[in-house]
Design a protein around this ligand. Structure first.
Ligand SMILES: C[S@@+](CC[C@H](N)C(=O)[O-])C[C@H]1O[C@@H](n2cnc3c(N)ncnc32)[C@H](O)[C@@H]1O
Length: 273
């Protein structure tokens, strides 16, 4: 059953802020490519929707420059403090943070040149409503850029380990239990079209991790923060956790091992004029 809590289920601790910062670095090229495809540029008014601690927010602020503006929206006060601190330390004054639920945005109709939404729609109760709100605040003809998970069952490790497959199955269940879905990407083109967008880019984002590389470490950081929550939610027993840790250590010591992380979908869609 879906949880009614709006709280981000990986939490908002300092460890999670550090993980999101690392994650931003690991997946930055893919985001920048989508920003380029959508024509994000100087002087624009952009929105980072579900911005978290705002690692993308500050990069977008540098992209639009001081003649532009970036709005950053999240329902975590702690994350927004982190956005404000980072912007202040970088001398960025054209970011405005809003503590708000993403299902109802505190912004005017038709006021923005672009919206960026990454790793949010997989967590929300009503992605259709969030997309409708993004559509409302965009100027006609302007883009939304989305990066999110789809086809989560594609995760594989070679050589195969049952405990690692079981882990990703538990993550998938956990997202659903908390009201979201790590397969959301597949539904997004249909939802976007229904809300008045023309979808122009659907780009698969698939990579392979090898022991010791930064993508491998990204998976390790994810596991470090998320596995204890699976145990708390009774989605993993302490015994399976132990087996998992041993299997992960073993596979990490095989130099030819490969890990296929959850695929993502990059989308650019334009609000119909
Ligand atoms: C995985 S983080 C992604 C953060 C950021 N978009 C990024 O790319 O690093 C998900 C974010 O969505 C926020 N979030 C989830 N549900 C929300 C809601 N209903 N309203 C506002 N923010 C929400 C969480 O607080 C969290 O900061």
């Amino acid at each position: 059953m879906a949880s009614n809590s709006d709280e981000y289920h990986l939490g908002t601790s300092t460890d999670e802020i550090e993980r999101l910062g690392y994650q931003h670095q690991v997946w930055l090229d893919e985001a920048v490519d989508l920003w380029r495809k959508a024509g994000f540029t100087h002087g624009q008014q952009l929105l980072d929707l579900g911005c978290g601690p705002g690692f993308a927010t500050s990069d977008l602020a540098h992209l639009v420059g001081s003649t532009g503006k970036v709005h950053a929206i999240d329902n975590s006060e702690h994350f927004l403090q982190s956005v404000n601190q980072r912007c202040q330390s970088q001398g960025v004054a054209h970011v405005t943070t809003h503590l708000s639920d993403v299902h109802q945005l505190p912004l005017l109709d038709g006021s923005l040149d672009g919206v960026f939404v990454r790793w949010l729609l997989c967590f929300v109760a009503d992605p259709e409503k969030v997309i409708a709100e993004a559509c409302r605040v965009l100027k006609p003809g302007k883009p939304i850029v989305i990066m999110d998970y789809f086809n989560y069952h594609a995760v594989q490790v070679f050589p195969a380990r049952e405990s690692i497959q079981a882990l990703f199955k538990a993550y998938h269940t956990s997202a659903i239990k908390n009201g979201g879905s790590y397969d959301i990407g597949a539904k997004l083109p249909t939802l976007l079209q229904a809300q008045g967008f023309d979808v122009t880019v659907t780009k698969p984002i698939c990579r392979i991790a090898r022991p010791g590389d930064r993508l491998w470490h990204w998976v390790e950081m994810f596991n470090k923060n998320y596995v204890p929550k699976l145990v708390e939610q009774d989605l993993m027993t302490p015994e399976t956790r132990q087996a998992l840790e041993q299997d992960w250590r073993e596979v990490s010591n095989i130099s030819t091992a490969l890990f296929f992380p959850p695929p993502m979908l990059g989308i650019v869609a334009y609000k119909q004029s």
